[in-house]
Design a protein around this ligand. Structure first.
Ligand SMILES: [Zn+2]
Ligand SMILES: [Zn+2]
Length: 214
């Protein structure tokens, strides 16, 4: 798996670092490595091609875990900002207006550069579990604290969760922004508790439709 690297200030048209689609900078977003590696949704996307590779090469468990470690370290070690297209922006939670400005002006988003893999291993491991059906054996397991009210995904103790109050969810739903509608009944007092992949998708769509995220 490789990113199509493009240095800041280079050609105005490049490719999305997530899906490799052609991307005009004016229509993209510039994200820091930190924005990327905290996204379980991104890791799922990045791991899907790995699964095909693993199946075709018949890798054993040890080799499989090496693939996991390598992907984790390579991704977390990325120095350059990431160019991301509109479709792939649904994988991430970030300041969309600032990220668009950085893309248009070819400037580096705040906090760009490599990050410590230990700070994002949980998100990669949760995605690995989603794609391969089991937790990677070389990562310390976390307690499961909850499940997402929209997709029922397991939510681990140090995972990001988001509360959507009833009024806000009503607004999202009335505008057709929610996948898997109708959603489950709200929790008493809380509205709905949702996971990072669901929140990223919902917030991206709300922003695109001009509804904000608050
Ligand atoms: Zn893309
Ligand atoms: Zn979810």
């Amino acid at each position: 798996m490789s990113r199509n690297r493009e240095s800041v200030g280079a050609a105005r048209t490049g490719v999305c670092d997530c899906c490799n689609a052609r991307l005009n900078h004016q229509a993209g977003y510039s994200l820091s490595t930190r924005d990327v590696v905290l996204s379980e949704a991104y890791w799922r996307t990045a791991l899907k091609p790995t699964k095909s590779l693993v199946n075709s090469l018949s890798l054993d468990d040890v080799q499989l875990l090496q693939v996991f470690q390598e992907l984790l370290h390579t991704t977390a070690g990325e120095q350059s900002p990431w160019s991301i297209c509109e479709d792939c922006s649904e994988l991430f939670i970030f300041d969309r207006d600032a990220a668009r400005t950085h893309a248009v002006q070819s400037t580096r988003p705040a906090g760009s550069g490599r990050v410590d893999p230990s700070g994002c291993v949980l998100f990669a491991a949760a995605a690995w579990e989603h794609v391969f059906g089991r937790w990677p054996a070389n990562v310390t397991p976390e307690a499961v604290m909850d499940a997402c009210d929209l997709c029922r995904k397991k939510m681990y103790s140090s995972e990001f969760t988001f509360i959507v109050p009833q009024e806000r969810m009503g607004h999202f739903r009335s505008h057709g922004l929610v996948d898997g509608d109708p959603v489950s009944p709200p929790r008493p007092d809380d509205g709905w508790v949702i996971c990072q992949p669901c929140a990223a998708r919902l917030f991206a769509r709300a922003h695109r439709a001009g509804h904000g995220t608050a």
